[in-house]
Design a binder for this molecule. Sequence first.
Ligand code: TRP
Length: 325
Amino acid sequence: MPKKRVLSGMRPTGRLHLGHYFGALKNWISIQEEYDCFYMVADWHALTTDYADTDGLKNNSLEMVVDWLTVGIDPDKSVIFRQSDVPEHSELFLLLSMITPLGWLFRCPTYKEQLKEIQSKDLNNFGFLGYPVLQAADILLYKAQAVPVGEDQLAHLELTREIARRFNNFYGNVMVEPQALLTKSARVPGLDKRKMSKSYGNSILIAETEDEIVKKVKTMFTDPLRIKATDAGHPEGCVVFAFHEIFNNNSEKRKHECMQGCIGCAACKRELTAMICEFTKPMMQRRQDILSDKTAVENVLKNGCIKAREAAVQTMKEIRKAIKL
Ligand code: TRP
């Protein structure tokens, strides 16, 4: 039995943080043996919101690939490529746009939410509305059977499935309907308890210096009801505890120590700092090594492009034939 095909992507926002790692990358790494994985730098998707300022785009894409390699996405096992290197994505995007009803796009929860949330940019552009159609093209172009996504992306995957069905109804059975690969992942809060995000300035990078980690953990939001170290704590809702649940094998014990007022927040933070450093230190080293040979990183994308196009060109042939173009 051939391995099942997986495709997933990330918009290039530059260096990645612990939210990316525990929310997605850890899963991406663990499925590399079992699946035929395609991991894509979604730089066209970045343009849907950041079209006005593209200076950092190329470098952000490279930085993201460096971090993927750092954490263990392996170019010998998985195809690592950049969306804009494979023009077939844009052709399929165009063809799918013909059969996607506008109502599906206007109703998409991520569209409505982001239009409301992001006030700093004008998002009344066609590309932003069509974001999920481009994502559908990414997935259908590779006939991916599974897509590892977080819950925030489920609506896009559902739309992809609907577009695939509609295509197959019109033109015959070419598209493969992808399934969500909902692997267990941890929700990593930012230093201030909101979602960890570069734009909130509340993140800890995957490759972060020890000094930065010490500083950042000190600013972490803790239990506001706790004044003295001997007061009973409330680990639920405490950012430091949320991190202990990720990094500390004895987090249950810590929970009780906190609730009984046996350990103060400062000591609890010091331990956490050490645990995060233990995780990031080897990452720092590997990142340095990878960065020392930038051509090698560019070659990863070059080779990835060749492999991705091989699959994409084949699917596009079938699609053009089905549409009788
Ligand atoms: N929309 C995804 C995100 O914001 C990125 C993405 C683009 C993607 N194309 C994809 C994810 C295809 C999965 C499959 O995270």
